[in-house]
Design a binder for this molecule. Sequence first.
Ligand SMILES: [Zn+2]
Length: 260
Amino acid sequence: MATMLTCPLCAKEVSEFHKRSHLLPEWMYTECYDQKHKLLEVSRADQKLAKKQKGFYGSFMCSECERETQKFDHYASLILTTRSPNSPEYRAVRKECFSEYHRGARHDFSRWENLDFKKFQQFVFAIILRTHFAGKMDGVLSLSTKHLNAILNIYRDNSRIDDYSYPILLTEYPSDDKLRSHIVMPFINKKGGHHTVDFAGAGYLFQVYVSSHSKPRFAESLRLKADGSVFVINMFLKEMGLYKNVVELVHAAKNTSKFT
Ligand SMILES: [Zn+2]
């Protein structure tokens, strides 16, 4: 009898893993190839550009999980890109943009509503889990077993709606930012005493707070919420302190705007 393998995502026994599972879905980097069709990746350590011939793949989970995660990837592609502007998923999401001035600088952000919270969370978590299980989570830190299992439990349980334990923040790179065309593979970052898993692609930076203690106030305010709303920051913030300014602006805009 052939040796059985245990799929790390669904914990089922299978005879073989899917041969070529992607880590980031391909649509997240289709515009990241240079003229020689090499992929541009930003290295986390030194922000230097690395060139890769191909995308990022591995063989580490079952075919059923591959199909399952593709559903979440597809949903996110409809929401985050303008490729299918007539899809019911794209049309369902309402986006309202704001510009506010704070200490002389203009800050742009938007509030999105009507996202499918669970599907979007599963899309983000699946990327983190795939990268971890493929052994490609670079950096000096890795996900602890405790957090890994907690994220897995939320990911697997469709009836479990939890927007608090591992909050997701979304930043959109400005349209003229060169970093829009670069991808960053998931890695564990540390800012202001908090650990996050960060990755970037398709012009967005995704940040997931990974900790047992309480999250920063701004993360609570801006995060993707169970009601399907999220504040999308339209700038690249290197310092966490800047997020605090943004929260003030968000609250100011809330008070003057029609949204509740
Ligand atoms: Zn599986």
